[in-house]
Ligand binder design. Structure first.
Ligand code: 0PR
Length: 392
């Protein structure tokens, strides 16, 4: 055996052991989802089948579908699942992306190409990825104020739309509060004005469709609304899949041409989207999770997450804390005098929540791995910290 093949293939057990030990030491410095102590993140411990699928597809490159035909087939099936979830019409198509940021960038890229305009009308609650879009793509953000319930004020949109507008953006599950903008109303305005309407459902896309059965959010937020042009939805958030995996679905397949380049050197004539080489691992993992769970599984997850959310809210309120709003999704925002201080004090005790400075609050997200037991363990710690800091 040549030296190089030995180096690449033969496992030197001692060396492997040493490297894995080193990695493990670093890993121990991380917080772990299964501890239940990560309470502010919008990601989750992936479903176990995701890990197995990821491993099989580690070497694949979706950027070269000529070589990885099977992986490309999986991507198509995964996109098809998402299209159905979002009630997309037969004319629709989509792309898998790395997450909400890339989904939003891709949506705005298409809107800019189609309209040749540069202004984006966003709610004041839009994710910070839109700030990246503004500088990356030389676009201008036109923020719309929120109503008292922290939703995009649809009435102001009509006044803001002009001949310079490239797109209107609505959010289905906002980053800070998990609020759903009035998508139907905004869709109607965009339809009348012939303006591109992108829905950022990065967080909400995998839970909102399952709320109706729980007697919660009844409104539409997807392609069943005529005015909706594209939707971005992340499997690595409420989809219970592995990072990095999001999807952008477009109402019209031909819009992909707007963001495609000739790419003969990779065994396919065109490549759409931002990235070139990208792993098939997360796509296979996401597909495996959707196949395993199915719609019924996601319904169960939604039931569990909302149940935990309402349970946690009750505990927080019983403690004398107040919420910024009654949650629409599994996101809880607790109003505090000094949120950053509480975040730091909780961190010292091994619990992580996220500060939302502009709302003077902390964010807690009841992701699938969070149980009532975790909340029960957290409550005395939060109580102690809040008492010490004079919050209660
Ligand atoms: N759109 C919305 C509505 C989002 O909430 C986010 C991220 C994005 C887009 C961007 O998504 P990617 O981060 O996948 O590109 N929202 C979370 C946030 O900023 C992301 C997050 C996830 C933060 C896990 C922390 C964390 O541990 O809070």
């Amino acid at each position: 055996m040549s030296y190089i093949s030995m180096l690449l293939q033969k496992v030197h057990h001692d060396r492997e052991k040493e490297i894995l030990k080193e990695l493990q030491e670093f890993h121990e410095k991380d917080y772990h989802f299964n501890s239940g102590h990560i309470l502010g993140s919008m990601c989750s411990q992936p479903h176990p089948i995701a890990k197995k699928a990821y491993d099989i597809f580690l070497e694949t490159n979706i950027g070269d579908p000529g070589l990885f035909k099977g992986t490309r087939e999986i991507e198509k099936r995964f996109i098809f699942f998402i299209q159905n979830l979002l009630n997309a019409p037969p004319s629709a198509s989509g792309l898998t992306v790395s997450g909400g940021t890339e989904g939003n960038i891709t949506g705005m890229w298409i809107a800019k190409q189609l309209s040749q305009n540069q202004e984006i009308i966003i709610p004041a609650s839009a994710h910070f990825s839109f700030q990246k879009i503004a500088t990356l793509m030389d676009m201008k953000l036109k923020p719309i104020p929120l109503t008292s319930d922290f939703k995009m004020d649809a009435a102001s949109i009509k006044k803001r739309i002009s001949s310079k507008t490239a797109a209107v953006v609505g959010i289905a599950g906002s980053t800070d509060l998990g609020v759903i903008d009035p998508i139907e109303e905004i869709g109607e305005i965009c339809n009348d004005e012939h303006v591109y309407f992108h829905v950022d459902a990065a967080f909400g896309g995998f839970i909102i469709p399952f709320l109706e059965k729980l007697g919660l959010h009844q409104g539409k937020f997807d392609f069943s609304i005529d005015g909706v042009s594209s939707i971005s939805i992340d499997a690595h958030k409420m989809g219970f899949a592995a990072i990095p995996l999001g999807t952008i679905i477009l109402r019209e397949k031909e819009w992909l041409d707007e963001i495609s380049v000739l790419s003969s050197c990779i065994n396919s004539t065109k490549q759409a989207g931002i990235l070139g080489t990208r792993s098939g691992g997360p796509v296979a993992a996401g597909y495996a999770v959707t196949r395993y769970l199915g719609l019924e599984g996601y319904q169960e997850i939604a039931n569990h997450c909302m149940d935990t959310t309402f349970y946690a809210c009750e505990q927080f309120q019983n403690m004398g804390l107040s919420l910024v709003i009654d949650p629409e999704l599994n996101v809880i925002c607790i109003r505090l005098k000094k949120p950053q201080k509480i975040v730091t004090m909780l961190e010292q005790k091994g619990w992580r929540v996220n500060p939302v400075d502009h709302l003077s609050s902390i964010r807690i997200v009841c992701m699938p791995q969070i149980t009532k037991e975790h909340i029960d363990n957290f409550i005395p710690v939060l109580k102690e910290v809040c008492k010490k800091a004079g919050e209660i």
